[in-house]
Design a binder for this molecule. Sequence first.
Ligand code: ZN
Length: 138
Amino acid sequence: MNALSGEVTRSRIVSRGLRNRCPNCGQEPLFRGGFQIHESCPGCGLSHELGEGFFLGSMSINYGVTVVAFLVPVLVLYLTGVFSGLTAAVAAGVGALLFPVVFYRSSRSWWLMAYYFFLPHHLPANRRELDEGEDENG
Ligand SMILES: [Zn+2]
């Protein structure tokens, strides 16, 4: 599992993913403008579209992080008496709408990062000649 033959290690994939950078070359941002992802990297040509519906997983990440990082703390603040019911309801409502927008870019980058973290040999920088009887998945 740790025997990567290429140059891009899993830690480098995570580092690039957390910075919204191309997982293959790390030089180019994934996005042009606010919310438009490059279909392929302008630097190395890596396609960021890995099939129809690929980025549906990023919605799951976005949802999960919104709940865990925003809504649960609001609930805890309400339950401990820091927030009144009205304050908690307004904070949760507004936050549930704004947090996913703010986190949109990171959720897409994290999803791409997760894909290549588990399948680092799919990166062009990590490709190598296959041994006899071996397929792309090891
Ligand atoms: Zn690239």
